[in-house]
Ligand binder design. Structure first.
Ligand SMILES: [Zn+2]
Length: 155
């Protein structure tokens, strides 16, 4: 059966201030304006260039070199990398389930939660846990026979 092309949605990239939307993605739009923002950790004020709709305080925090801002940046990068790894390695499960598993990465990375484990079927367990201080998703089959893990390593 031929595919109905009219039903295929065009791929549009969401733009925002989330770390997932790296500023590099937005470069070239030529719509940056000068603004001033305050780092939410150290309160330092700085001049920043923002894209329309972007929060200058968020940009200032993202660019700040204070230790809290740097720590937060590292954490966000790790969370992002872990989620990307899950996108890649958990291709076989439904999008909804994958997204819901990914939503647990952040609270675990922030130690608000120790771990979660989901039994996918009779022989597969997906567990998200901090391993060496990094959120890690472990997919284990038959508990011990096969262990497949990924950690927050950027590609
Ligand atoms: Zn700061």
């Amino acid at each position: 059966m031929a595919k109905d092309m009219s039903k295929i949605e065009p791929i549009t990239k969401k733009k925002g201030t989330a770390y997932e939307d790296a500023p590099e993605d937005l470069k070239g739009t030529g719509k940056m304006t000068d603004s001033q923002g305050i780092c939410e950790y150290c309160g330092q004020s700085r001049f920043v260039k923002i894209f329309p709709g972007e929060d200058p305080d968020k940009v200032a925090t993202r660019e700040c070199e204070c230790s809290e801002a740097r720590q937060e940046r590292e954490l966000q990068n790790t969370i992002h990398a872990t989620k990307k790894g899950m996108d890649k390695r958990l291709k076989n499960i439904s999008d909804d389930l994958r997204e819901s598993l990914k939503s647990w990465v952040e609270p675990i990375a922030r130690n608000e939660l120790d771990s979660i484990a989901v039994k996918l079927d009779a022989s597969t367990i997906i567990k998200i846990v901090n391993k060496k201080d990094k959120p890690t998703c472990i997919v284990s089959k038959h508990d011990v026979l096969e262990i497949d893990e990924m950690d927050g390593v950027m590609e």
